[in-house]
Design a protein around this ligand. Structure first.
Ligand code: NAP
Ligand code: MG
Length: 399
């Protein structure tokens, strides 16, 4: 008998090679065991164009309504894609559209497997980066100063009061930048981080530079501390996990010396830089999972990589491709496991765990896609490179 559950999961189909992998993953790894109940949205570029992108917004609203979604990688169109797909217009990134609807934070976690060795030998547990995806230098006013000039910050309140703050007296050319963040966005970020740390039962760290940016970064520190004391301290203690704030310098040093395992909340720029460092240090972008968590507790799972266009063109030309499906499998296991957890459905939670275990043990026993075979290290196991479909069948055998 197949495993069943109550509330549907929002399923968002995508583009190119990952669209092909998506159907195989369902066919070989999920549908034989689970009576899949999904609300289906085709976010493939063709259908986004047909619906004037309404389908993306509807999918975002559906996640708000149903609480759990799983998304395939999608093309963010540029001018070249506009010609390739004969598009009516250039649609925005679906991830951006959905993030704006859910108001969430993106959590990225490497998928660890024996044989793929992190460059930092001490890291035996995954490190999750929680990146604040609003404001700071990403929404700044960037100015070139041509010659001697007096720079000031001018703030006009809604009641018309004007305040001016000195920035710098330039005696020659230079540069200037004005940036901002909002209490509302920082608060949403903090809640998403606390909810996520609780859901995975791991410590949460926040690091900023509040010794230098006493007011700006100090605001992040204060909002996190405030919300923690008020709404999360008891739940953290009950779950046996900690929240701590440290200076970003100290945070970096301690992460390097640690065995991993923490959720690391980063301001926008820090998260951008640190997540690329982590993905590389842990081995491969194709082994990076990603989940968007909204402050009111909705979850959208996806792979961190794109639609793997180069492989898709080969696939379409009838050539064999060895595209790594692991992050997309983990998007499915993440969504099914979360649905199981929300419904106290042990059979579904156990299935999600078994799916992940079967995937990892297939790789550990030597069967993997080309990207991993190229970096696999073992004294006893000789890596065998499989095409995507054969790799999925090998996982199905174990499952
Ligand atoms: P990509 O799809 O991530 O692929 C870049 C390269 O990384 C690939 O050519 C491949 O290297 C390697 N790679 C990535 N994922 C892999 C996997 N699962 N297995 C094996 N190798 C993998 O990035 P892109 O080529 O820059 O972008 C392609 C499209 O994806 C774009 O239209 C972009 O808009 C979209 N995109 C979507 C998302 C999303 O939906 N979340 C994110 C990023 C990009 P080799 O070619 O050397 O084998
Ligand atoms: Mg980056």
């Amino acid at each position: 008998m197949k495993i069943t559950y109550e509330k549907p999961i929002v399923e968002m189909q995508g583009d190119e090679m990952t669209r092909i992998l998506w159907d195989w993953i369902k066919q070989y790894l999920i549908e034989p065991y689970v009576e899949l109940k999904t609300e289906f949205y085709d976010l493939g570029l063709v259908h986004r164009d047909e619906t004037d992108d309404a389908v993306t917004r509807e999918a975002g609203e559906a996640i708000k309504r149903l609480g759990v979604g799983v998304k395939c990688a999608t093309i963010t169109p540029n001018d070249q894609r506009k010609v390739e797909y004969n598009l009516k217009r250039l649609y925005p990134s679906p991830n951006g559209t959905i993030r704006a609807i859910l108001d969430g934070t993106v959590f990225r976690t490497p998928i660890l497997v024996k044989g793929i060795v992190p460059y930092v030998p001490g890291w035996t547990k995954p490190i999750t980066i929680a990146r604040h995806a609003y404001g700071d230098v990403y929404k700044a006013t960037d100015v070139r100063i041509d010659g001697p000039a007096k720079a000031e910050l001018k703030v006009t309140t809604s009641s018309g009061e004007v305040k001016t703050y000195p920035v710098h007296d330039f005696d020659g050319p230079g540069v200037l930048q004005g940036m901002h963040n909002t209490d509302r966005s920082i608060t949403a970020f903090a809640r998403s981080c606390f909810n996520y740390a609780l859901s995975v039962k791991r410590d949460l760290w926040l690091g900023t530079k509040d010794t230098i940016s006493k007011i700006y970064d100090g605001r992040f520190k204060a909002i996190f501390a405030d919300i923690y004391e008020k709404d999360y301290k008891a739940a953290f203690e009950k779950a046996g996990i900690n929240y701590e704030y440290t200076l970003i310098d100290d945070c970096v040093a301690r992460v390097m010396r640690s065995s991993g395992g923490m959720v690391w909340a980063c301001k926008n720029y820090d998260g951008d830089v640190m997540s690329d460092m982590l993905a590389t240090a842990f081995g491969s972008l194709a082994m990076m999972s990603s989940v968007l968590v909204s402050p009111d507790g909705n979850y959208e799972y996806e792979a961190a990589h794109g639609t793997v266009t180069r492989h898709y063109y080969k696939y379409r030309a009838g050539e064999p491709t060895s595209t790594n499906p692991v992050a997309t499998i983990f998007a499915w296991s993440g969504a099914l496991g979360k649905r199981g957890e929300l419904e106290n459905n042990k059979a579904l939670v156990d299935f999600a765990a078994r799916l992940e275990k079967a995937t990892l043990s297939t790789i550990e026993s030597g069967y993997m896609t080309g990207d991993l075979a190229a970096i696999f290290v073992s004294d006893t196991v000789k890596p065998v490179k499989l095409e995507s479909e054969a790799f999925l069948k090998a996982i199905a055998d174990r499952l």
